[in-house]
Design a protein around this ligand. Structure first.
Ligand SMILES: Cc1cc2nc3c(=O)[nH]c(=O)nc-3n(C[C@H](O)[C@H](O)[C@H](O)COP(=O)(O)OP(=O)(O)OC[C@H]3O[C@@H](n4cnc5c(N)ncnc54)[C@H](O)[C@@H]3O)c2cc1C
Length: 265
């Protein structure tokens, strides 16, 4: 299989663009190639599954050290008390499509000249085609005063990971009981979900209203950019909803530091 053929195949699968259709998914290919996928999150797994079903003689290896698979949009629901933590977690072994070889290691280097990948076990893997789906890295310590391991100290929470989502849910309930000023914010960098910070703001409001504690809390949403959402169609209505619910919006504010001792940002 040459590069052109591989890209055509991706297009047929709908992964190299958005023009795939269910009819196109039914296409099969007799092409032969060693496909190596780095990262077995939603992106890597769906790539593996689709190539596995389309190639007549698939030779697919997926490299990922993680034992667990998380449905990450569910983190917001955990933080809002709608999902229980168990609902979003599965063993990775249950998610790997059958026939796909899983190497439970971390990739430490890639040599595109020789088409080789080195893993943390010291082994080298040769590929004809390499798919990179390692996800996003979260650098909490780029914000002064916090780090991933100290999240939760001084009531500074983030629900962008599994544990953080559970801690946020506890904090939300306490916030509703005790009352106070709630500061919600997002990041100006690339982030895993642009909607999630707004969702947890509204879920907090909703929880307090249902528990008749809304008058005990104030909510301010500090937004990194000018508009609440990139898509104007949603931004307008979202702003209306925030106003209707008395959720203050401060646009164009970037979080640079948190003083967890005095609870100031
Ligand atoms: C709170 C939250 C809410 C969200 N809400 C929504 C939503 O409502 N709608 C929506 O569409 N999306 C939402 N998302 C985004 C969506 O969940 C992610 O975009 C998606 O899960 C990312 O999948 P991924 O496979 O690209 O990356 P990841 O899930 O990060 O997977 C990457 C994988 O690569 C592996 N990896 C990394 N480095 C290496 C290496 N060197 N060697 C081998 N393996 C490696 C990791 O172990 C990991 O398993 C949300 C995300 C979060 C966190």
């Amino acid at each position: 299989m040459n590069r052109r053929h591989f890209l055509q195949l991706l297009a047929t699968l709908g992964v190299a663009g958005c023009w795939g259709s269910y009819k196109a998914y039914a296409t099969t290919s007799s092409a032969k190639a060693r496909v190596l996928i780095i990262g077995g999150g939603a992106a890597g797994l769906s790539m593996a599954a689709r190539l596995n079903s389309v190639l007549e003689t698939p030779d697919i290896t997926l490299i990922d050290p993680s034992n667990e698979q998380f449905y990450q949009p569910g983190f917001t629901m955990i933080a809002g008390g709608i999902y229980s933590p168990d609902e979003v977690k599965k063993p990775q072994s249950a998610c790997i499509p059958s026939g796909v070889k899983w190497v439970k290691e971390k990739v430490v280097s890639i040599d595109p000249v020789t088409s080789k990948v080195k893993a943390s076990d010291g082994n080298t893997y040769v590929y004809d085609f390499l798919v990179l789906t390692p996800g996003l890295q979260m650098n909490f310590d780029q914000v002064e005063g916090i780090s991933r391991s100290t999240l939760g100290v001084g009531n500074a929470h983030c629900m962008y990971d599994y544990q953080g989502a559970q801690n946020t849910w506890k904090a939300l309930q306490e916030f509703s009981q005790k009352g106070g000023a709630g500061v919600f914010t997002n990041t100006f960098t690339k982030l895993k979900c642009g909607g999630a910070p707004k969702k947890i703001t509204m879920l907090t409001d909703d929880y307090c209203r249902r528990n008749k504690t809304r008058d005990k809390i104030s909510v301010t949403y500090y937004n990194a950019s000018k508009d609440l959402f990139d898509t104007p169609y949603y931004a307008g209505r979202l702003e209306e909803i925030f106003k209707e619910r008395d959720l203050n919006i401060c646009p164009q504010h970037r979080l640079t530091g948190v003083d967890t001792a005095s609870k100031k940002v």
